[in-house]
Design a protein around this ligand. Structure first.
Ligand SMILES: C[S@@+](CC[C@H](N)C(=O)[O-])C[C@H]1O[C@@H](n2cnc3c(N)ncnc32)[C@H](O)[C@@H]1O
Length: 207
């Protein structure tokens, strides 16, 4: 099953099934981005719009891209706000967003499905204004090394999605090669489990 088809079938339960990674990402996103000011946001892999209301609480305008029609349908049904535009887009292709649009590009739990990070950083750079920020929050590569993948339960059993492992060095080098500087790096743990493997890696880069 393609990644797009998998998210189309996951969409119905994405917001409600038990998912520690989804919930910790929401926390990491709010904690990190509360410190920044932004007017125009470009959200990549927005899914059901879990993080979109928070972005709208600080922004004037949000453009949210995703290639799963069903995930976007969930987002559109929940979020009725004329300041957000949901656009069906494959992130591996051209993004239908004007250059220099955003003060913030943000992506959560999506880059594990993208093989070539370099083209994502190149396009994020193109869509950002000068000094704009690029926030990334992903399943920590340490978790990936131990075999954790995006997955959901169906009546036929657990479905695991196709993923690519991206080392920390890949994020940092793709950023450097595309004109970004690293502003923040954080690792997020389950509850008090700071001696265990971190679940989420978050990075803030600046153009
Ligand atoms: C785990 S969900 C995360 C959704 C949301 N960002 C969140 O944190 O809840 C991953 C999302 O990435 C989207 N996605 C994966 N690969 C994509 C691609 N090549 N182009 C656009 N969207 C993609 C999926 O459709 C899905 O909605």
């Amino acid at each position: 099953m393609s990644i797009e088809q998998a998210y189309n079938s996951w969409a119905d339960i994405y917001d409600t099934n038990q998912n520690k990674t989804r919930d910790l990402d929401a926390h990491a996103t709010v904690e990190t981005l509360s410190k920044y000011d932004f007017k125009n946001v470009l959200e990549l892999g927005a899914g059901t719009g879990k993080n979109t209301p928070f972005l709208l609480s600080k922004a004037e305008q949000v453009v949210s891209l995703d290639f799963s029609e069903e995930m976007l349908n969930k987002a559109k049904a929940k979020i009725k706000d004329e300041r957000v535009s949901f656009r069906r887009t494959d992130l591996n292709e051209e993004w239908d967003v004007e250059d220099n649009f955003a003060d913030l590009v943000t992506v959560s739990l999506c880059l594990e499905h993208i093989e070539n990070l370099d083209q994502i950083f190149a396009k994020a750079h193109q869509k950002l204004k000068e000094n704009g920020f690029f926030f990334i929050s992903e399943l920590h590569p340490f978790k990936q090394y131990l075999g954790t993948k995006a997955r959901y339960e169906t009546e036929e059993g657990v479905k695991e999605l196709e993923v690519y492992i991206h080392h920390l060095s890949e994020f940092v080098n793709a950023a450097k090669n595309n004109g970004f500087t690293l502003k923040e790096v954080e690792e997020w743990f389950d509850g008090e489990a700071e001696n265990e493997v971190p679940r989420i890696l978050s990075l803030v880069f600046q153009k």
